[in-house]
Design a protein around this ligand. Structure first.
Ligand code: NAP
Length: 286
């Protein structure tokens, strides 16, 4: 029986990245729908849950993506509302690569060390990757702060993760490199999750820092989010700090994304969201 993945994307054009990884993860056929929202997803879900018998349902799965994590979350909630008894299929939620990228970054940061009691600052963390990374860092025991250009936006990201995950993060308004540097006072970990090609921190701000131990940058589009962190750095030591660059994180992110797609077809009732994807990342890292 063919493994069918329904790629439901909240953007008008479904992401090619998610489509390719779906095939590489083992789907035989990927049906990609754009413009999916909480109001129009119902009929798509019915098609997925009412077509195959109980033993065969694991060969149908749903992937929810798109650039807007709030809209993606609403689609996930609407999908799950349609499920009842055994009429369900496995679902992966990864708007903008949020869960897989954050899980890969935090799995590397916590690999072989405890983050408990460390102060972690997520630079430009109001986006999908930053929010999820903040949650995972806090769940690893770190004391987390998120910076953003406007307090209102970063406060609303912190409110959202408190509501959804019960996790506290301190919002910090830091619109310039100097203010982001100041936000790092007493920090042990800095993770940059700014928009592609946005520079957030100069080299000397981390190289001369007294307390920083771990430096990670998710942004793969030049210029770097954190100056002088190499694209492929993965545990490199420089200036007494351990560095992780976007491709160093990205290799695990891709392998993780594929592994999660594979898992979708092993049973018909799996939900792969932040916690489950992070557990998979921890089992793969290193
Ligand atoms: N390495 C990998 O494998 C991998 C995989 C997926 C994604 N990524 C990268 O991960 C990063 C985060 O992704 P995302 O989807 O969460 O990002 P995003 O939503 O596009 O941007 C994150 C935050 O960047 C801030 N920002 C935007 N423009 C800015 C500017 N001009 N100056 C300063 N800050 C600015 C915004 O925060 P405020 O408005 O609050 O300031 C925004 O919420 C991106 O660079 C993405 O390319 C990497």
């Amino acid at each position: 029986m063919k493994k069918l993945l329904y790629q439901l994307d909240t953007d008008a054009l479904p992401a090619v990245f998610d489509n390719v990884v779906a095939y590489d993860g083992g789907a035989d056929h990927v049906c990609a729908y754009g413009g999916v929202n909480a109001s129009n997803v119902g009929a798509l879900v019915e098609g997925a849950i009412f077509t195959r018998g109980p033993k065969d349902k694991k060969n149908t799965a749903i992937f929810i993506g798109g650039g807007n994590m709030t809209e993606g979350q609403a689609v996930l909630d609407a999908v799950q509302k349609k499920f009842f008894q055994k009429f369900r299929v496995s679902v992966m939620f990864d708007s903008n690569g949020s869960n897989t990228t954050a899980a890969a970054a935090v799995a590397w940061l916590s690999h072989g060390r405890s983050l408990a009691g460390k102060r972690a600052v997520v630079l430009a963390g109001s986006g999908p990757v930053g929010q999820r990374a903040a949650v995972l860092l806090a769940q690893e025991g770190a004391e987390v702060a998120i910076t953003g250009r406007k307090l209102a936006a970063v406060q609303s990201a912190c409110d959202l993760i408190l509501r959804q995950f019960g996790v506290k993060a301190e919002p910090i308004e830091a619109p310039s490199n100097a203010e982001r540097g100041a936000a790092l006072a007493g920090a042990h970990i800095v993770l940059a999750t700014g928009a592609a090609g946005i520079s957030l921190l100069e080299a000397k701000q981390w190289q001369e820092h007294a307390t920083l131990e771990l430096i990670a940058d998710a942004n793969a589009s030049p210029p770097a989010g954190i100056e002088s962190v190499g694209m492929a750095d993965r545990g490199l030591t420089s200036h007494g700090k351990t560095l992780f660059g976007p491709l160093g994180i990205g290799a695990l992110k891709l392998a993780l994304h594929r592994a999660c797609i594979t898992r979708l077809f092993e049973q018909n009732d799996l939900l792969l969201d932040a916690a489950q994807i992070y557990q998979t990342a921890k089992s793969m890292v290193g």
